[in-house]
Design a protein around this ligand. Structure first.
Ligand code: AMP
Ligand code: GLY
Length: 448
């Protein structure tokens, strides 16, 4: 890969080593996940120019940031035509649930541009818990027993709660930025939570509430790419959502991840594939949903049997920061096959190395935190890959600009060695109020 600078557009120009200008790609989003995807796509010999909308200080190292919001489909379309974009890769869920794929398909001048992700109907797998549950029931995919209730059915919902053993799992139906799920031991508190959801605490997302059986086990994230007919599994990962060490404290967007997951051996993954992944892809096909994109299976292993906790219709964050560096295949080539419907001709080459990701966050996160703190020590983390999440460039000085600031990913021969390396670098990088969990992977270590 050679790089040059285009002073007209203020962008890095990326040119592949064969001087083959193949495709301009637009990636949408602005988190650590998008930096990891940009980092990988920028390595493809099929790439001409990479644009990220809106991107962050990290994605600017892999391509050209452009200030377009992820939900501004009209501006995305205009930009795609202007820059001769050959593929759009959608990072976050919101534009997918909002119908970006349908928008491009419905506009004659845009419909030749493949958008990686499901149409709005398929994105309901993430956008509506009730839709996902009905889908799983219809296609025989293992998940917790449940019932859905809408505003006005409070009495029925309370009766259902009374019929279940604690703890009680209540989920607001719609997108609630990971905050729509409560798990409560007391019946009275469950009734209060139900009332709050119905009264609009989660906006429209809570007008319908899914109440489900509590599953006890260990969670992991499995990822697939599908072209609607065929699928390929990507490396699995485990993320750590709680802010505090030992999985304590409030839920966050994710404090770290590891890949591979030691308990997800061949036998377990075969169950995942035959009971969950294949029936999901087949179910989408049977339901007439042309799904071309990533599927994220949030799974729980209950005594060695995988069950689905949730679907997401995009990659996970921070799982992507651990999964992507382990993929040796050309991601852009895989995505082109997703668009062409030729994924059956591809395989995914995966590194045998383990990856560990430690997320540096701002003090106070996931509550309130300060921004604009200068970040030092980035050069000392040379044996790690740094994926920016909430950072900004302040006249050449990287400063904090979000709750999750930066993902520090290390690769090594074992999970323990990768974690050690990531933790050392996480300790070296400095900014006021820095916090990170030093115990990522604690539950997976030998004897842990
Ligand atoms: P979700 O947004 O559906 O992924 O739920 C958020 C988190 O709540 C999951 O990652 C699990 O840790 C937990 N959770 C959700 N549903 C259940 C369930 N049925 N049993 C146990 N834990 C659950
Ligand atoms: N790490 C979980 C998620 O991306 O939803």
């Amino acid at each position: 890969m050679t790089q040059s600078y285009d002073f007209m557009t203020n962008c890095l120009l990326l040119q592949n080593k064969f001087d083959r200008f193949i495709m301009n790609v637009l990636l949408t989003g602005s988190g650590g996940r998008e930096h990891a995807l940009a980092w990988k796509i920028a390595r493809s010999p099929l790439l001409n120019r990479l644009f990220i909308a809106p991107g962050n200080a990290g994605t600017a190292q892999a391509g050209c940031n452009t200030p377009i919001g992820v939900n501004d489909f009209a501006a995305t379309g205009r930009f795609a035509l202007q820059e001769d974009i050959g593929m759009i890769v959608v990072g976050p869920e919101e534009p997918l649930v909002g119908g970006i794929v349908d928008y491009f398909a419905a506009h004659p001048e845009l419909k030749h541009i493949p958008v990686i992700g499901p149409p709005a109907q398929g994105a309901q797998l993430e956008g509506s818990k009730d839709f996902a549950k009905e889908f799983m029931l219809r296609h025989g995919i293992p998940t917790a027993a449940y019932r859905s209730f809408t505003v006005g059915q409070e009495t029925e919902a309370q009766d259902f709660i009374r019929s279940l053993p604690p703890p009680y799992v209540l989920k607001a139906d719609g997108l609630a930025a990971g905050k729509g799920v409560v798990i409560i031991n007391s019946q009275e508190e469950a009734f209060t939570a139900l009332r709050e959801m119905f009264s609009g605490r989660f906006g429209a997302a809570g007008r319908k509430v899914v109440i489900e059986e509590y599953l006890s086990g260990i969670e992991l994230s499995v990822f697939a790419l599908t072209d609607g007919e065929n699928y390929l599994l990507l490396p699995e990962a485990k993320d750590y959502k709680r802010a505090g060490e030992g999985d304590t404290g409030p839920n966050t967007g994710g404090m770290g991840a590891v890949s591979p997951v030691p308990f997800a051996g061949k036998e377990f993954m075969e169950k995942v594939e035959t009971r969950i992944v294949r029936p999901t892809v087949e179910g989408l096909r049977r339901d007439g949903i042309p799904y071309k994109g990533f599927i994220f299976f949030g799974l729980i292993s209950v005594n060695g049997d995988p069950m689905v906790i949730e679907y997401n219709v995009r990659m996970g964050d921070p799982e992507t920061e651990a999964v992507i560096p382990r993929i040796e295949s050309d991601l852009l080539e895989l995505l082109q096959s997703v668009a062409d419907g030729t994924l059956n001709r591809q395989t995914v080459m995966v590194s045998r190395q383990a990856a560990a990701t430690v997320m540096l966050v701002s003090g106070g996160y996931p509550g309130s935190y300060e921004k604009g703190k200068p970040i030092s020590g980035l050069a000392s983390a040379a044996d790690c890959i740094l994926f920016h999440a909430g950072t900004a460039d302040n006249d050449g000085q990287a400063v904090t600009a979000g709750g999750r600031v930066m993902a520090v990913t290390a690769m090594a021969g074992s999970m323990e060695a990768a974690l050690d390396r990531a933790n050392v670098s996480a300790g070296t990088i400095g900014y006021e109020g820095k916090y990170f969990r030093r115990d990522i992977g604690f539950d997976l270590k030998q004897g842990g």
